[in-house]
Design a protein around this ligand. Structure first.
Ligand code: OOB
Length: 549
């Protein structure tokens, strides 16, 4: 019964059997929510994208027509198809078409560039991709031409908008494909990990495990046919996709409103116009919305709940949310690898404001351990390990890394440092993983250091987080050069951009040091580097050069 995609790490059979027996894994696939919507309320609006409004019946027809077109190009079960679309309805059409075909979307973010996309295509051996034509100045078709030159596997390119030599999205719509979708024990898609290593990791989720988290999330968050959800974060991210996100809303028969841009004005307009009841934000976005004077000019009274997650939410920001938006705050602490925690509607103000919630499932196993994997005393801070019915047992095609990222008995090492209250609520106290969380966008330090080290003038490099009022964290690269003054911060930043990496990974600051501080065992002492920001007076502002301006 285990899904047979090579490189996928299945749950041990006794766990799989248990999750089925408990009714967590139902055998329904990720197309089921849409299929039910069509049966039960075909006329109800499922997706609002600009001026376009698609009912459940229209959504289903488009997904089936696109599936037929993809099928005609030879895409079939288990083929990987990279999806990189902005927040437009075609994203959900494409991803449901792939679910129907049993092909696997690989969810890239619009911010990803040649380096990341090339890696995903190569690692997943993607046969096709679905992209937009452009976003402002950036031309995704040009990027894909370069990726294709290096990855012969990518035979089909589908473009929403001006297709040029590629296939146009609308031109591919064919006679609707019948069918119910694939076996639920199969891998449904590949999601990206925030990562903490030099290459990003891919996460394979099955229909069974993901649908369980979607269904339960929809229940915990009280979704129903009257839910109007504003998708303001990138639609392909796990939070707006499934916590409860768009899939939760489709499952509950509600409506997803896509925000092409997530600035306060664009979103407030949509909230007012569509009578939005729920949205999901990262703390940085919540802060931008809170600080906006425009808030008073729009009727936001339809909002029943604003979810905030993805990065540390400061207590003082949390406290402002209920009053400013006239609605409930829900904290969400989740990860693409699985485990998602929510504060609940019945939680008191203290729990809602100061914790990041408790797990979805009674069978989410939580361990909080010290550096030697020994459980800490109740209430103490430690490393969060987790195992459960929707948490992966290994990354896709990453055997060596899996040996470190998971315990021998299958617990995922989240890299987060947490403590647990007696009722099960978790408080995220920090993280042990070598990552910068830049307003919810995760940057693996090792990956950026690798790009810096490729510059001929760079001798050594260390990327650390520095506090930022708006984003929570920004990134600072401390660099030693082979010869003094061989390169400027601006040149290094430009060098990184030319590698074709997502702009959010280019360090916000680059500072040159004569030597990097070392620990007793000779490792770069990142704690000492971060400590420079704790005492601002210790670092004269003039010693920094803004690199990415
Ligand atoms: C979500 O998923 P990812 O995969 O982009 O990032 C996961 C990591 C966590 O391990 C943790 O380090 C951080 O993001 N994180 C939080 C947090 N929520 C996530 N750190 C502090 N407080 C929080 N509330 O970010 C994600 C996936 C599903 C739902 C929500 C967020």
């Amino acid at each position: 019964m285990n899904a047979a995609l090579p490189g996928f790490v299945p749950w041990p059979e006794e766990f799989a059997a248990r999750y089925r027996a408990l009714g967590y894994w139902t055998g329904e696939n990720l197309y089921a929510g849409l299929a039910r919507g069509v049966r039960e309320h075909p006329e109800r609006i499922a997706i609002v994208c600009g001026e376009r409004r698609w009912s459940y019946a229209e959504f289903d027809q488009r997904a089936r027509r696109f599936a037929a077109g993809l099928h005609r190009t030879g895409i079939g079960p288990r083929d990987r198809v990279l999806l990189q679309l902005p927040n437009i309805g075609e994203h959900y059409i494409a991803c449901h078409a792939l679910f129907l075909l049993g092909a696997l979307p690989v969810f890239a973010l619009p911010a990803h560039r040649r380096a990341e996309i090339g890696y995903f295509v190569g690692h997943a051996q993607a046969r096709a991709c679905v992209i937009a034509d452009r976003d402002g100045d950036f031309d995704f078709r040009a990027m894909i031409r370069e990726v294709r030159a290096e990855h012969a596997c990518l035979s089909e390119v589908v473009v929403v908008g001006e297709a040029e030599e590629f296939r146009g999205f609308d031109g591919l719509l064919d006679e609707p494909l019948a069918g119910e979708g694939s076996d639920a024990s199969e891998v449904a898609f590949l999601q990206l990990s925030g990562g903490s290593t030099c290459v990003p990791k891919l996460i394979a989720r099955t229909h069974d495990d993901y649908l369980y988290s979607v269904r339960e999330s929809a229940r915990i968050c009280g979704l129903g046919g009257d839910t109007v959800y504003l998708c303001a974060l990138p639609a392909a991210h796990n939070f707006p996709m499934s916590s409860p996100g768009a899939l939760g809303v489709f499952h509950a028969g509600g409506c997803v409103v896509l925000a092409r841009r997530n600035d306060p004005q664009s979103c407030f307009e949509l909230i007012q116009r569509e009578r939005v009841t729920l949205t999901a934000l990262v703390p940085a976005l919540a802060l931008a919305w809170l600080e906006s004077r425009l808030r008073a000019r729009y009727d936001l009274s339809s909002l029943a709940c604003v979810q905030i997650g993805g990065a540390h939410l400061a207590g003082e920001v949390a406290r402002r949310v209920p009053e400013a938006f006239g609605c409930r705050l829900q904290q969400v602490f989740g990860m693409a690898e699985g485990l998602v925690n929510y504060t609940r509607a019945e939680d008191d103000a203290a729990l809602t404001l100061t914790t990041q919630g408790r797990p979805i499932s009674a069978d989410d196993e939580i361990r909080i351990v010290d550096d030697d994997d020994i459980d800490v005393a109740p209430g103490e801070v430690g490393h969060l390990l987790t195992r459960g019915p929707y948490t992966i047992r290994g990354y896709y095609r990453a055997e060596a890394h899996n040996a470190r990222a998971f315990t021998a008995d299958g617990f995922y090492r989240t890299g987060d440092r947490v403590r647990r209250l007696p009722g099960g609520h978790l408080i995220v106290e920090g993280r042990a993983k070598d990552q910068v969380n830049r307003g919810g966008e995760k940057i693996a330090a090792e990956e950026v250091e690798g790009y810096l080290l490729a510059h001929p003038a760079v001798f050594d490099a260390a990327l650390v987080a520095m506090p930022d009022r708006w984003l929570g964290e920004k990134s600072c690269a401390f660099v030693t050069l082979r010869e003094p003054a061989q390169a400027t911060p601006r040149e290094l930043a430009q060098f990184l951009r030319e590698r074709g990496i997502a702009a959010f990974k280019v360090p916000d600051r680059i500072e040159f040091l004569a030597a990097l501080p070392r620990t007793a065992v000779g490792k770069i002492d990142k704690k000492a580097l971060r400590a420079r920001f704790a005492a601002p007076s210790a670092v004269p502002a003039s010693s920094f050069v803004q690199a990415s301006s």
